[in-house]
Each structure stands twice: as structure tokens, then as C-alpha cells.
Write a protein that binds this ligand. Structure first.
Ligand code: SF4
Ligand code: SF4
Length: 290
């Protein structure tokens, strides 16, 4: 188990696997199998006949168009920096391409299982896109490796921020102005010459200072009031020991902090209003026990 906090909690319960992972539905298991099946194809041989790139800006547009054609909702590029690479890993590439698939927010009205199934569908789709995009780049004669749920050596949040997808919210996920935090990622690291995108701010962190909707709805009281500063960026540190009893150590998935965030209203105004009405009726902090 890659997450040491979760591993310790599962061990303390006398188990070998988090109950949530052991209990998931067959459709969800099928999506998970997809990224396991595709894991061996994250990397591969590079075409020995390298095609020169005279115009990195045009190549960047071509790569982004390809990612969208494959099913991506947002694509961004930045230089791969040391803090974006997992500790102890070596990724010898110059750039990272982030490609995200937006979740269908309408699923929130169908309950936790539907929300989880949609999350796993988008993760599986990101796996396919990242693998295909990496293969497309290798066919041009440049090294490229996909990073996704089937295997990854990169950190999502600092890359999301650097490619300009959005800003970190109080609930610990990155918020995009169009999709909220309802999207899932895949990445490709490469030496293909590309042009970087830039971080963007559009008021999320200021908004979070005066919004507590995710806190109010978190059944584990895991979302803090206070933030810390890291490289000039506000970070609200989620208390994982309080979150996991709801999100990992029960049979049912918890994704409430992301689903109740008002940044979902732009893409799904009516569904957001209906969902929040439902949340109010059940008293926000559901489920109340693990
Ligand atoms: S996943 Fe659930 S328990 Fe964890 S922080 Fe979000 S709302 Fe709270
Ligand atoms: S619910 Fe409010 S406080 Fe929480 S992340 Fe969204 S905007 Fe920020």
C-alpha cells in the first residue's frame, strides 16, 4: 500500500486491505483492472528516426489537440521540476504534459457508488490517453513516459498549478474555474521540445478564506480552518487520520468535499443547486458514523 498513513490505519484494524478497496462493485473493479493492464505500456521504444521540431509552439498545439482528440478535457505543459517528482525517483525528462478528464458532475445525484464509478471511469480514461500520447511522442523520435494510476513517478498538484489548471482549495484539491475539482489526471513526461503554460490565479484562495462549505459537509471534520504557506501558495492540510475513516475505511466512497464546492456551479448550475438542497435536508455531515 503506497500511502503510509492508510497502511498504518489498516494495519491497526488488523486488516491487510482497506475495506473500501475490498468492497468495490464489479464495474469499478473493471475500471481498476484497465489501468493495471495498461501499466506495462507506460514506456517503450523510441523511433530511432527523430523528426526535428522547428516550431515548439506549433508542436505544443499539435500535442494538445491530440490529447483532446483522445478524450482529454484540459491539457497543459510545464517544465518538469524536482519538486514535481516523487522522492527517490529519477525522471530524466525536460517537460511534463498534464491531461485531465472531467467527471460527469450529474452523478452526485445518484449517490456515492455512482460518484465513485465515475471517478474510476475517468481515471481509466486518463490511463488510456496518457499511454497513447506517450506512444505518439515516441513515434516522433523523443522519449516519453506515461504517469497514471497504473504507475507514476510524478506529483499531480504542483504540476496542475504550474500548467495553469487552477488554484488549491481549502479541501486540498486543485480547483479549476470550469470543472471545480471534479476531474482526474494523467501525465506524460518527455524531451519533446514544447512551450510552457503559466500558473493562473482567478481568486480561489481568497474565496476559500470566506467559504466553509467543504468544512461544513466533511463528516470527519478533516478540513482545517487555518492554512500554511508554501512558496507563496496557501495550503490547507487535510487531516488524513480523520478523513480516511470515511473515505477509505468504510465500504462507501466519500467525495463530499469536492462535490459540495461552489466552483461546480458554473458547469452544472441546476444540479449543484439540487444537490446542495439535498445536502441541507440530510444535515450536511452525512454519513455521521463510520
Ligand atoms: S473525502 Fe470526505 S472525509 Fe475526506 S476530507 Fe473530503 S469530505 Fe472529509
Ligand atoms: S467549498 Fe469553499 S472553502 Fe471549500 S474548497 Fe470550495 S470554495 Fe474553497
Amino acid at each position: 500500500m503506497a500511502d503510509p498513513v492508510l497502511a498504518e490505519m489498516v494495519h491497526a484494524m488488523g486488516l491487510t486491505e482497506a475495506p473500501h478497496y475490498a468492497a468495490v462493485k464489479p464495474t469499478i473493479q473493471a475500471y481498476r483492472r484497465r489501468w493495471v493492464e495498461l501499466a506495462p505500456y507506460r514506456d517503450g521504444p523510441v523511433d530511432p528516426e527523430r523528426k526535428p521540431v522547428d516550431d515548439p509552439a506549433a508542436m505544443t498545439q499539435r500535442i494538445k489537440a491530440k490529447a483532446v482528440e483522445l478524450g482529454g478535457s484540459m491539457v497543459g505543459v510545464c517544465r518538469l521540476q524536482p519538486h514535481m517528482i516523487d522522492l527517490g525517483e529519477d525522471v530524466p525528462h525536460e517537460f511534463v504534459i498534464a491531461c485531465c478528464v472531467a467527471e460527469d458532475y450529474e452523478k452526485v445525484m445518484q449517490g456515492a457508488d455512482a460518484v465513485e464509478e465515475e471517478a474510476m471511469r475517468t481515471y481509466a480514461k486518463c490511463t488510456e490517453i496518457a499511454n497513447e500520447l506517450a506512444a505518439y511522442i515516441r513515434a516522433k523520435g523523443y522519449p516519453a513516459r506515461a504517469h497514471h494510476n497504473g504507475g507514476s513517478e510524478v506529483q499531480a498538484i504542483p504540476i496542475f498549478h504550474q500548467v495553469g489548471f487552477g488554484e488549491l482549495g481549502r479541501h486540498g484539491s486543485l480547483i479549476n474555474e470550469k470543472y471545480g475539482a471534479s476531474f482526474r489526471p494523467g501525465f506524460v513526461t518527455t524531451d519533446l521540445p514544447l512551450v510552457e503554460d503559466q500558473p493562473r490565479e482567478f481568486g480561489v484562495q481568497d474565496f476559500c478564506m470566506n467559504c466553509n462549505v467543504c468544512q461544513l459537509n466533511c463528516p470527519g471534520d478533516a478540513i482545517p480552518q487555518d492554512h500554511v504557506m508554501t512558496h507563496g501558495i496557501k495550503r490547507w492540510l487535510i487531516d488524513l487520520e480523520k478523513c480516511y475513516p470515511y473515505s477509505r475505511l468504510r465500504n462507501e466512497y466519500c467525495h463530499l468535499c469536492v462535490d459540495v464546492c461552489p466552483y461546480n456551479v458554473k458547469s452544472h448550475p441546476e444540479t449543484y443547486k439540487a444537490f446542495m438542497k439535498q445536502r441541507k435536508q440530510v444535515g450536511y455531515k452525512t454519513p455521521k458514523t463510520s
